[in-house]
Ligand binder design. Structure first.
Ligand code: VGL
Length: 180
């Protein structure tokens, strides 16, 4: 089975959010179109407690139950089968969806016979990259849909470098046109 995975597509990572990507919203229509092409659609949410130690490194963002943690308007949320919540404790930064605490993602995928993960979402340099690297480590065939991913761009080459790192680790990089 093939799953579309949407990493942290949340208001705070969209333009005007607390930790914005300049163009994060352009991926919303791409992801909406892709949703019908998969057996299952899964998503992660950054889900920080208000006093998270993570905020020593980053501006406050994606606080549990806040507007910033919600999916952006326009995303077809009714098509998402399951949401994995991460960044809930100070044990890790919760960059990877495989660090979700409400449900173990690797176990969920195995239990549901999902062997291929097609990753989209925010942000290329952090949560998308770490989710992809962990997916590969866990033995899943992992694809990254380039036009379904956006980045923070703290430096000009950060997104390009993230894609190189994911590809080197074994991810297949493709575009939505290859699927639609
Ligand atoms: C993220 C930076 C800090 C992400 C989360 O979702 O990619 N980036 N926290």
């Amino acid at each position: 089975m093939r799953a579309l995975f949407i990493v942290d597509l949340q208001n705070d990572f969209c333009p005007n959010g607390a930790l914005p990507t300049p163009k994060g919203d352009v991926i919303i229509p791409v992801i909406n179109k892709l949703m019908d092409k998969f057996d299952v659609v899964l998503a992660s949410k950054d889900w920080h407690p208000e006093d998270s130690g993570h905020f020593n490194k980053w501006p406050k963002h994606c606080i549990q139950n806040s507007y910033g943690a919600e999916f952006p308007a326009g995303l077809h949320v009714e098509k998402i089968h399951k949401i994995f919540l991460k960044g809930t404790s100070d044990k890790d930064d919760g960059y990877s969806a495989f660090e979700a605490t409400n449900e173990n993602l690797a176990e969920y995928l195995r239990k549901n016979n999902i062997d291929e993960l097609y990753v989209t979402g925010l942000t290329a340099e952090y949560c998308v990259k770490q989710t992809v690297l962990d997916s590969l480590k866990n033995g899943f065939k992992t694809f990254v849909i380039k036009d379904g991913v956006e980045g923070i761009y703290q430096n000009e080459n950060d997104v390009e470098n993230a894609f190189k790192e994911m590809e080197k680790a074994g991810a297949v990089i493709l575009t939505s046109n290859d699927i639609l």
